[in-house]
Design a protein around this ligand. Structure first.
Ligand code: UDP
Length: 413
């Protein structure tokens, strides 16, 4: 286990984004649990939505008096092969684990649990990778309250993958999911908390506020896209659930009517995602002869920000999706989003009001909505404004902290 580096955040810096009543309510909720110590545990300090949130949530929590740590597991590559299979299994793509895979999982979680040095009042284990630590930790720290924060879509899990976690799930005090439906296959009490984005992060700040290296990374001249041509962007890990090949198909249909359209994939390769390279290669192979398609990997956050803002349409063509922070990020930037009607995306997009929702396999509809938005600037602007307002109300970081504080009060009293 390692402590992960966090951002520099104080609650006061969010004040311009929150009305007085909301600020008071958040302070009160934090005040009610300020005697607690909390530790969040996940598998990666960068890349992917969970790291994104913890980097800002943890220091904000401490600033409001709820002392929080963030620790990241250390694990061999073989562990991530196993947890990828588990992740896919929990999202319904059942390939059972071999005995050797189960052993790798158990060994790694035991080692990491043994490396936790102090007792916390609440430990939040993020995603299935960390869930197996609960038994080991509970033995060492019987007074601690354990929360499993599951960020993935659990609507239709493979029964054998769920069964693998049966005893761990019995030991956690509360499960937290992003949508009520995700808890249905579980036999435990679950709380719904929606994720959130940090408006002060280099990923989301207005580009004019960026300085130094971040400002340089946000300079579009560094990237191969042509600012004078229409641009579709999908920001996502290279992952089959994000359907990058479906995005290519939709783009090709758009290009039949809008020949100068460009497509950019902005996709990181997080340490805990071994499938990334394979999917990247597939997309690259498919688009190698098309100069209007760009694959941009491992951009700095300010570069992601600039690409999202440069997009005429942001796509999120996921087949399964826990939440999709990328959607909130784009909506916050007033970009029109065409997203699929799966998982957390319909929590954020109301079709026709602040974006468009399409069915996951409907390439034709995806292309049609993109075309419509490229052709009608006023429409794109109206949906973009709607998106900004949605995120302002429901998906900013201080609200997430308030929800966690309420949860902590609930599970420890
Ligand atoms: N992300 C990034 N660089 C990339 C691709 C993704 O910083 O090249 C970020 C993205 O901006 C978002 C997070 O990774 O903040 C992905 O979170 P999301 O909930 O959309 O999907 P997940 O990866 O957790 O399935």
């Amino acid at each position: 286990m390692q402590f992960a580096p966090t951002a520099d955040r104080t609650f006061a810096s969010y004040a311009p984004l929150l009305d007085d009543r909301t600020q008071r309510a958040i302070r009160e909720r934090a005040g009610a649990v300020s005697d607690l110590t909390v530790c969040h545990v996940n598998t990666t300090a960068s890349g992917g939505g969970v790291a994104e949130m913890l980097r800002s949530l943890v220091p904000l929590s401490t600033d409001l008096g709820v002392e929080a740590d963030w620790q990241v597991m250390t694990a061999p590559d073989a562990f991530y092969e196993v947890t990828k299979a588990i992740h896919n299994g929990l999202q319904g793509d059942g390939a059972s684990l071999t005995e050797a895979m189960e052993a790798t999982y158990h060994e790694t979680v035991a080692e990491n649990a043994a490396a936790v040095e102090r007792r916390y009042d609440v430990v939040v284990l993020h995603d299935p990778q960390t869930l197996g630590m609960v038994g080991h930790l509970a033995e060492r720290f019987p007074e601690t309250t354990f929360v499993w924060r599951c960020h993935i879509d659990l609507t239709d899990p493979a029964p054998e993958t769920l069964a693998f976690f049966e005893s761990d799930l019995e030991r956690v005090d509360r499960v937290v999911v992003s949508r009520q439906e995700y808890a249905r296959p579980l036999d435990t009490e679950a709380t719904v908390i929606h994720p959130a984005i940090d408006p002060l992060a280099p990923k989301n700040r207005p580009l004019a506020d960026l300085t130094g290296e971040a400002a340089a990374a946000a300079d579009l001249d560094r990237y191969p896209v042509d600012p004078d041509r229409p641009l579709l962007v999908q920001v996502s890990r290279f992952d089959p659930w994000k359907d990058p090949l479906g995005v290519v198909e939709a783009y090709r249909l758009v290009a039949e009517d809008v020949p100068d359209v460009q497509l950019a994939f902005v996709g990181g390769m997080p340490d805990d995602d071994p499938e990334g390279q394979e999917i990247y290669d597939a997309v690259e192979g498919e688009t190698a002869d098309d100069e209007s398609v760009h694959l941009l990997t491992d951009l700095p956050d300010a570069g992601v920000n600039a690409m999202q803002r440069a997009a005429d349409v942001v796509l999120q063509k996921s087949l399964r999706e826990g939440f999709a922070l990328t959607v909130s990020e784009a909506l916050w930037k007033r970009r029109p989003v065409v997203g699929t009607n799966v998982g957390g995306i319909p929590l954020q997009i109301t079709d026709g009001e602040n974006g468009y929702l399409v069915e996951p396999r409907d390439i034709e509809a995806t292309a049609e909505r993109c075309r419509r938005l490229l052709e009608d600037e006023a429409l794109a602007e109206r949906l973009g404004e709607g998106g900004r307002e949605t995120v302002q109300r429901r998906f900013l970081l201080p609200r997430l902290l308030a929800d966690y504080c309420e949860l902590f009060a609930d599970v420890t009293r």
